[in-house]
Design a protein around this ligand. Structure first.
Ligand SMILES: Cc1ncc(COP(=O)(O)O)c(C=O)c1O
Length: 384
C-alpha cells in the first residue's frame, strides 16, 4: 500500500475531540470540547425555519452570501470602529477552523516560520504543518500566561512570516491588552510579518477586561488577518460559520484558497445567521453576564477543591493545576477524571510545545445545572 503524506506523522488526531468520545463512552459530564449544552437565540432558530423554505439550497457566492456579508460588515464596523466593505474585506468560511487554514495558506510559503504562543489551541500547529510552515513557539508563562517581551523579540529575529494570536485565548483564558497587541504589531511591522488573530471569544470577556480588536489598532488592517466565528457568540458550533477579515489585497488571495478548499459555507445557515448578526447590543451584554455567572459558579467549586487554577479573563476555559493529585502525567489524570470522577477535561499537555503535565483544561459553557453537577463531582477530589 502506498504510504500517506509524511507531514501527517507530525501531529495526531485532536485530543480534545478524543476526550469527547471518551466522555460519551463513560457517561461523564463533558467539560472537554468547548460547546454549549443550551440552545441558540430564538431569533436564529426561527430564521432557520424560514430559511429552510427559502431559495437557499444551492451554492451561495463562494466568499459568502451577500446578505450575510452585509450584516457581518455592519456588526464588525459597529464593534471595531473600522469601515470595512463587505465586498472587499471578508471571506465567509466554514468556521474559524477553516478561516485559520485559509489565513495560513494565504500568508505563508512552504518553509516559512510562524510564531505560535504556547500553550496554544491545538489546531494551530496542525494548520502550520499542513500549510508547509514551521511553527516557532514562544512560551506564555503560568500562572498568568503572559509572554516575555525579550523571548518574543528573539523569535521575531528568526524572520517569521506571521504570528498567531488567539485572543481571548483558548486554553489559558488570557485576554491580550491593547498595549500587548500594539507591541506585537510593532514587532510584526519591524520584521514585516502578518499578525493572524483568532477571536471567536470576542464577546466572552470578563470585566474589567475588555476585548481589543488587533485589526482596529492604527494602521493595522494591512497587516492583521482576523479569523473569527459565529460558533461561540451565538451557540451554533455545529453550523460551521466563520470568516476572515483582512485588507482587500489579502482577501483577494484568501478567496482563492477558500474557494478551492470548501467552495463555501452552508447557504441556508448563512441566511438564518443574519438574524444573529442583527441582534442588538443588549444581546452581547447579556451573553457576557451569562458567561460571567457560569465562570463564577464553576470556579467557586474549583476553589473548594483547593486545586490551583488561573482565573480566566475571557473565553470559557480554565486551566487547573492537578499536580498535587500525584498522577504520573496529565493524560492518566484526565482518564481518571472521566472514569472515576465522572467529569471530562482535556489533558493540558496537548496545548503545550514542551512536556507540561501539570494541567487539565475544563470548559464551563454549560447550563448552570450541568456546572453544579460537575462541581459536586469535583468536590469528591477533596477526599482523594
Ligand atoms: C481558539 C479557537 N479557535 C477556533 C475554534 C473553532 O471554531 P469554529 O467552530 O468556528 O471552527 C475554537 C473552538 O473551540 C477555538 O477555541
Amino acid at each position: 500500500m502506498p504510504s500517506p503524506a509524511n507531514q501527517l506523522a507530525q501531529f495526531s488526531e485532536s485530543v480534545i475531540r478524543g476526550m469527547t468520545r471518551l466522555a460519551n463512552q463513560h457517561d461523564a459530564i463533558n467539560l472537554s470540547q468547548g460547546f454549549p449544552d443550551f440552545d441558540p437565540p430564538e431569533e436564529i432558530l426561527s430564521a432557520l425555519e424560514t430559511a429552510t423554505r427559502g431559495p437557499h439550497h444551492q451554492y451561495a457566492v463562494t466568499w459568502g452570501a451577500p446578505r450575510f456579508r452585509q450584516a457581518l460588515a455592519k456588526k464588525i464596523n459597529r464593534n471595531t470602529g473600522l469601515s470595512i466593505d463587505p465586498d472587499q474585506h471578508l471571506v465567509v468560511t466554514c468556521g474559524s477552523t477553516e478561516a485559520m487554514m485559509v489565513a495560513m495558506m494565504t500568508a505563508c510559503n512552504p518553509g516559512d516560520k510562524v510564531i505560535v504562543f504556547s500553550p496554544f489551541y491545538e489546531n494551530y500547529a496542525a494548520d502550520a504543518i499542513l500549510s508547509g510552515a514551521e511553527p516557532i513557539y514562544v512560551p506564555l508563562h503560568a500562572p498568568d500566561f503572559g509572554y516575555d517581551r525579550e523571548e518574543l523579540a528573539k523569535a521575531f529575529e528568526q524572520k517569521p512570516k506571521a504570528i498567531i494570536v488567539c485572543n481571548p485565548s483558548n486554553p489559558t483564558g488570557k485576554v491580550f491588552t491593547r498595549e500587548e497587541l500594539s507591541e506585537i504589531l510593532a514587532l510584526a511591522e519591524q520584521h514585516d510579518a502578518y499578525v493572524i488573530t483568532d477571536e471567536p471569544y470576542e464577546h466572552i470577556v470578563y470585566p474589567p477586561h475588555v476585548h481589543t480588536y488587533a485589526a482596529s489598532l492604527p494602521g493595522a488592517l494591512d497587516r492583521v488577518i482576523t479569523c473569527n466565528s459565529l460558533s461561540k457568540t451565538y451557540s451554533i458550533t455545529g453550523w460551521r460559520l466563520g470568516y476572515v477579515l483582512a485588507s482587500a489585497a489579502v482577501i483577494a488571495q484568501a478567496r482563492k484558497v477558500h474557494d478551492f478548499l470548501t467552495v463555501g459555507a452552508a447557504a441556508p445557515l448563512q441566511e438564518a445567521a443574519v438574524a444573529g448578526l442583527e441582534l442588538p447590543d443588549s444581546y452581547y451584554a447579556e451573553l457576557q453576564t451569562l458567561y460571567t455567572k457560569k465562570r463564577d459558579v464553576f470556579i467557586d467549586y474549583l476553589r473548594r477543591t483547593r486545586l490551583p487554577f488561573t482565573e480566566p479573563q475571557g473565553a470559557y476555559y480554565v486551566m487547573v493545576d492537578i499536580s498535587s493529585l500525584g498522577f504520573p502525567n496529565d493524560t492518566q489524570a484526565a482518564e481518571w477524571f472521566v472514569k472515576t470522577v465522572g467529569v471530562a477535561g482535556v489533558p493540558g499537555s496537548s496545548f503545550f510545545r514542551d512536556p507540561e503535565h501539570r494541567f487539565i483544561r475544563f470548559h464551563f459553557a454549560k447550563k448552570e445545572e450541568t456546572l453544579h453537577a460537575a462541581g459536586k463531582r469535583l468536590l469528591n477530589l477533596i477526599q482523594k
